[in-house]
Design a protein around this ligand. Structure first.
Ligand SMILES: Cc1ncc(COP(=O)(O)O)c(C=O)c1O
Length: 428
């Protein structure tokens, strides 16, 4: 059975256009993506997302062994096709029933499904940082004062934000990691009755340490505080269930584990918090009916503008127009992640992480990731000769993330044990 998939709106589908999910349900072994003449290199058979991992053929051949998905995830063949189809439409050279609106709706639905939220709890944001800042503003921070509890495994780019908030009168407590983890007792001690917000990365960029988000939310809520989680290193690679954790807010960019691109991400806000917080900014995408877009009516332009906000996360957080091309890419990638299953990705990956945790310390690289970690990021110390480490990795054609005193490995759905063994060999 040949299934034509891609960005066509399901509600407008014709006889032969099926979503990839429908193809799977129809039992096809592989998805043949239709190609534009001259694009045959990208139109290879894309493996069925339900097929066993690794999914090497779902990606293009890499120049290097790529173990750096926590920095940037490669674009898959399927996403590349979705991008091509978007660009075919955007040339306006042919008739196309491509619908940006349908793609945006589908992405919100798919993202909500990925984190077990309702679709009206999710809004688009430009980046993780924008999501975090919107939540600070929505909570009237710093104007409202009070305590914020964060930790030094949170995004390094966010820590200066909290340093700034101290200057604006907030009482900021930054918990320090010991042995690569922040113990729950530290939160227990730090969250007091003045605490407004606990702001953390659910999975740390530094070493992949994963907080017990449910326990932290329970503790914070018991003292009247709310919880924001940066989930950029969790969503898409390690299961996240916002209902189970009870987290109040979380945001993530799409260019890492969501297999998207810089410029479009998602902000989740728990439904019952929406009425309690203030609208942090204003924008026409927050409105149910966007009057005044397109050609203004010459007879109406001096009338009072009528508008009504969406009663959803969009109604609070949406701003202006968004990058359609990234939405097109995500239309493929989010469905791919749902079809593969994040639990399955985690299970598949764990032996790769375990092997690194076992072998690299034997070679003199001490692990800074807790041994029981089950996330996609694992980090090790090196002796400080960063250039020498770069040279070794370059010679072996391996890409990973190297910092001054540690390096980080972050495998994804296309990596296998051979990649891990190649790295171990290069570091031996
Ligand atoms: C934990 C964490 N949060 C956020 C980001 C990126 O933030 P933004 O999406 O605002 O660029 C990164 C990037 O490396 C990160 O590691």
């Amino acid at each position: 059975m040949t299934c034509y998939t891609g960005v066509k709106a399901t509600e407008n589908r014709g006889d032969v256009m099926l979503t990839r999910r429908e193809c799977l349900l129809a039992g096809s072994a592989a998805v043949l993506v239709p190609t534009t003449p001259g694009k045959s290199a990208e139109s290879a058979r894309i493996p069925d997302p339900a097929s066993p991992l690794p999914h090497k053929d779902a990606f293009f051949p890499f120049a290097n062994t790529y173990l750096n998905c926590a920095s940037q995830h490669p674009v898959s063949r399927g996403a590349r096709r979705a991008l091509d189809r978007y660009l075919d439409y955007k040339t306006f050279a042919t008739d196309s029933d491509y619908s940006n609106g349908a793609v945006y709706n589908r992405n919100l639905e798919n993202y909500a499904q990925l984190i077990n939220a309702d679709v009206d709890e999710v809004a688009y944001v430009q980046s993780t940082t924008v999501g975090e800042n919107l939540i600070l503003k929505a909570l009237n921070i710093p104007e409202g004062g009070g305590r914020i509890v964060t930790d030094d495994l949170h995004y390094l780019g966010s820590l200066p934000t909290y340093a700034e908030l101290i200057k604006h009168g907030m009482d900021v407590i930054t918990l320090r990691a010991e042995d690569g983890r922040i113990e729950l007792e530290a939160f227990e001690k730090a969250i007091n009755a003045d605490t407004r917000l606990v702001s953390i990365s659910s999975v740390s960029m530094v070493n992949g340490f994963q907080h017990d988000l449910r326990q932290i939310c329970e503790m914070a809520h018991a003292r009247g505080a709310l919880v924001y989680a940066d989930v950029v290193h969790q969503v898409g690679s390690t299961p996240l269930d916002v209902r189970e954790t009870n987290v109040d807010f979380c945001s993530a960019a799409s260019y890492k584990w969501l297999m998207g691109e810089q410029g479009l991400g998602f902000l989740y806000a728990r439904k019952d918090r929406l009425a309690e917080i203030k609208r942090p900014w204003f924008g026409h995408y927050q409105l149910k009916q966007r009057h005044g877009l397109g050609f203004p009516s010459p007879v109406r332009h001096d009338e009072a503008v009528e508008y009504e906000h969406h009663e959803s996360a969009l109604g609070l957080f949406a701003m202006g127009s968004q990058p359609n091309i990234i939405a097109a890419q995500l239309d493929y990638s989010l469905q791919y992640l749902l079809d593969v299953g994040v639990e399955r990705i985690q299970l598949y990956r764990q032996p790769l992480i375990d092997r690194l945790q076992e072998r690299l310390p034997q070679l003199g690289y001490a692990s800074i990731t807790p041994r029981d970690s089950a996330t996609a990021l694992v980090s090790f110390r090196h002796d400080g000769d960063t250039q020498q480490l770069h040279d070794k990795l370059d010679a072996a054609k391996i890409t990973l993330s190297v910092a001054e005193h540690h390096f980080r490995i972050s495998p994804s759905v296309f990596n296998d044990m051979d990649d891990i063994d190649k790295l171990i060999e290069a570091l031996s």
